[in-house]
Write a protein that binds this ligand. Structure first.
Ligand SMILES: Nc1ncnc2c1ncn2[C@@H]1O[C@H](COP(=O)(O)OP(=O)(O)OP(=O)(O)O)[C@@H](O)[C@H]1O
Ligand SMILES: [Mg+2]
Length: 244
């Protein structure tokens, strides 16, 4: 399968006005193949969200490069190719769920006539139809996560970045989200997935990159990681990073 995302020596240094610069990502290189569900694991502060922000074109790299289908992450043309469900809420709290979907759809240039249809599709997909006319601030925590995901999908991107999409989501809704991800995979949508819940990473991901302090530790399949480092993915993760 072809590479869709190519990351080449990506580095990000945060430079505060006072104090020393902090290197959050340090020469990271890897590729994600078209149609792959690719896990990104690492302890708190490893640089996962920083990487995703850069890959979404939201933060500029200090050095290095990355492309999605040949388009640089610093290029305006990137936006339609990628969807991003950030770790934090990405919607307007005072708009309703449906209004948020319409708003983000129009931002991405969806024709006016198709906004309602697309919103309805996503409401069904994510089980939010009942809350379509509720203001987003009045959703429960798990529903907010689902709205984040719906917004990331509104323009049918080639690759979706999901930054801890199941935090605070109840077990039934979590299974529902996994089904959504499996459905996206069937539609050949490429997914970059971060989570601290390693059973779900094990279940969903074709390959996993483990990062620590902004550097790549290893890339392998869940099976390969377990074979080399522990019976479960959690054991493997602790064995790989526990000493650091
Ligand atoms: N805007 C910023 N300015 C300065 N430092 C930052 C900034 N954003 C992130 N960092 C630092 O970069 C490092 C990586 O943060 P990041 O949010 O990418 O971690 P993460 O792997 O997503 O962690 P978590 O699992 O907790 O979400 C942390 O040390 C963080 O404090
Ligand atoms: Mg994060």
């Amino acid at each position: 399968m072809q590479d869709l995302l190519v990351v080449n020596s990506l580095t990000k240094e945060f430079r505060p006005l006072l104090g020393r610069p902090f290197r959050a990502l340090d020469g990271l290189s890897f590729t994600i193949r078209e149609g792959e569900v690719f896990g990104l694991l690492g302890p708190n502060g490893a640089g996962k969200s920083t990487l995703i922000r850069m890959l979404a074109g939201y933060l500029r790299p200090t050095s290095g490069s990355a492309t999605v289908d040949g388009v640089s992450i610093t290029d305006r043309e990137l936006k339609p190719l990628v969807g991003w469900a950030p770790q934090e809420d990405s919607f307007y709290s005072r708009l309703t769920v449906r209004e948020n979907l319409r708003y983000f759809g129009s931002l991405y240039g969806l024709p006016r006539a198709s906004l309602d249809g697309r919103a309805a599709e996503l409401l069904t997909l994510l089980g939010l139809t009942e809350k379509a006319d509720a203001r987003a601030h009045a959703l429960s925590g798990g529903m907010k996560k689902r709205l984040n995901l719906a917004i990331a999908l509104v323009h049918s991107p080639r690759i979706v970045y999901l930054d801890e999409p199941t935090v605070g989501v109840d077990p039934i809704s979590r299974h529902g989200l996994w089904e959504v991800i499996e459905r996206l995979r069937d539609q050949k949508v490429t997914i970059l997935y971060t989570s601290h819940y390693l059973e779900e990473v094990d279940r969903l991901c074709d390959r996993i990159a483990v990062i620590q302090r902004g550097k790549l530790v290893t890339i392998d399949t869940p099976k390969g990681l377990k074979k080399k480092h522990g019976r479960t993915l959690e054991e493997a993760f602790v064995a790989l990073l526990g000493g650091g």
